[in-house]
Design a binder for this molecule. Structure first.
Ligand code: NAP
Length: 437
């Protein structure tokens, strides 16, 4: 008996679900990994920082899964536009939504709709060459930039703005971003945290990297650091991260032209400017029971760009239960939305964790499918599964692409790379389809 599984989203969560399914059912599973872009790998390609190439090496593992028996990559097909979840449920035994959390959470303060306010999802996608964001306006003409949030995404954004173009040479940053960064007037990058150094969710490596940049120095106010003896209560990894911050506070001021200012105990209250961002207004906070409470003391940061790095939410899909409060699909702990429909990765648990955190999600979704789905809907012979999808897409004039097509694009990107860079990303879907032929 064949089991037909559709996995929506060719990012880490999707690939780990496919890997777990292959491990469980072997050749008895027919797995379609469907993605709206002709390029696979989701967040690895469009989210992980372009100067963190070692993390991107995991795509070799996903490639092996793509080439596994019974697995297809079905690119350039958007669920919700080209085919509905309901239709997929009719064709496949199980549908797994591994669509991530692509939408930025809004800052929710006056002025957050001014030109010059963007979310990290947009900014990160811009420098990573996601086709939807190639034309994003990223104003780099002002000396100040405010980055809101104290997570690794905030650090990624600050580091990309602070690095020299030479430091980015060996990255796969999009060509349009290199061109913009070459002209950048940015000299003061403010990383704003509503709580303190002990509450920041930076990891050690990411925080430490800021201390080794060619033209930028990280700075923080020593009075924002808790007494040294309080570090003893921290988990060892977190303590090391805080030690980096202590080092930044103690370092002598260098002549480096760019400063990364850690603005702890400050919460954003308004963005101001005539027709576009001119300054961010912050309120000093203090901690009460671990929560940030405003003190009424206000400060202005002059800036032309505000990047909100405060989290993401999953996109809604017609007919799929959604928790607005959690910003993800409504599902149980295993990822079950209802028997037959599942969520994994950020679409299940919200935007947290490293790439590897998605691996157990794959296994728990497969366990749920095993418990729920006793029989297969048959394969091509029954008109179900991938054959049924192909037929449907054909009638709708949707041009689906396969893994061999991606391999062509991959080769083209590698061939046109800048010297020292791993690839130059294609950022236009029509151009990609033209190259596929
Ligand atoms: P995150 O670690 O959850 O950080 C979000 C930050 O936004 C927190 O500091 C939070 O403050 C702040 N925040 C939330 N709402 C806010 C508001 N209304 N006003 C001001 N601040 C607000 O999330 P992330 O940085 O987006 O990262 C997402 C996940 O990807 C994380 O698990 C991260 O570690 C991972 N990631 C890993 C890497 C890497 O390993 N290299 C790189 C990038 C991302 P509070 O703490 O006060 O709520």
């Amino acid at each position: 008996m064949t089991l037909n599984i559709a996995i929506i989203g060719a990012g880490p969560a999707g690939y780990y679900a496919a890997e777990a399914a292959l491990k469980h059912w072997g050749g008895a599973a027919r797995i379609d990994i469907i993605d709206r872009l002709p390029t696979p790998y989701g967040l690895i390609r469009a989210g992980v920082a372009p100067d963190h190439q070692s993390i991107k090496a995991v795509t070799r593992r996903y490639e092996a899964t793509s080439l596994g028996q019974g697995v297809r990559f079905v690119g350039n097909v958007m669920v919700g536009r080209d085919v509905s979840v309901e239709e997929l449920l009719g064709l496949y035994d199980a549908v797994v939504l591994s669509v991530g959390a692509p939408h930025d959470k809004a800052l929710g303060i006056p002025g957050d709709d001014l030109p010059g306010v963007i979310g990290s999802g947009a900014f990160v996608s811009w420098y990573n060459g996601h086709p939807d964001f190639a034309g994003l306006e990223v104003p780099l003409t002002h000396h100040g930039v405010a980055i809101i949030g104290n997570g690794n995404v905030a650090i990624d954004c600050a580091r990309i703005l602070a690095k020299t173009v030479e430091e980015l040479t060996t990255s796969d940053i999009a060509q349009h971003s290199i061109a913009a960064l070459e002209q950048s007037a940015v000299r003061d990058v403010h990383i704003v945290g509503r709580r303190g150094p002990h509450q920041a969710s930076f990891t050690t490596k990411e925080a430490g990297e800021l201390g080794h940049l060619t033209r930028a120095q990280p700075l923080l106010r020593p009075e924002d650091l808790p007494p040294l003896e309080e570090d003893a209560a921290l988990e060892p990894g977190h303590r090391k991260m805080v030690t980096h911050l202590r080092g930044f506070a103690a370092a002598e001021r260098s002549q480096k032209p760019v400063t990364i200012h850690f603005e702890f105990f400050r919460r954003p209250v308004a963005v101001e400017g005539k027709g576009r961002v001119e300054r961010l207004i912050l309120e000093t906070t203090r901690l009460e029971d671990g929560r940030a409470v405003g003190t009424g003391e206000l400060h202005a940061i002059p800036c032309g760009l505000v990047i909100g790095c405060i989290g993401y939410r999953t996109a809604t899909l017609p007919g799929v239960p959604y928790s607005a409060a959690m910003g993800r699909f409504g599902c149980d702990e295993a990822g079950r939305i209802f028997p037959g429909l599942y969520a994994s990765g950020w679409a299940r648990r919200g935007p947290s964790g490293t790439i590897g955190t998605n691996r157990p999600d794959g296994f728990s979704v497969v366990d749920a499918i095993v418990a729920d789905v006793p029989l297969g809907k048959g394969g091509s012979e029954s008109g179900g599964g991938g054959a049924g999808l192909d037929k449907l897409l054909l009638t709708r004039g949707v041009r689906a692409t396969g893994f061999a097509d991606w391999q062509k694009l991959d080769a083209a990107e590698v061939a046109r790379a800048r010297p020292g860079a791993p690839r130059e990303k294609l950022v236009n879907v029509d151009e990609m389809l033209g190259l596929i032929g």
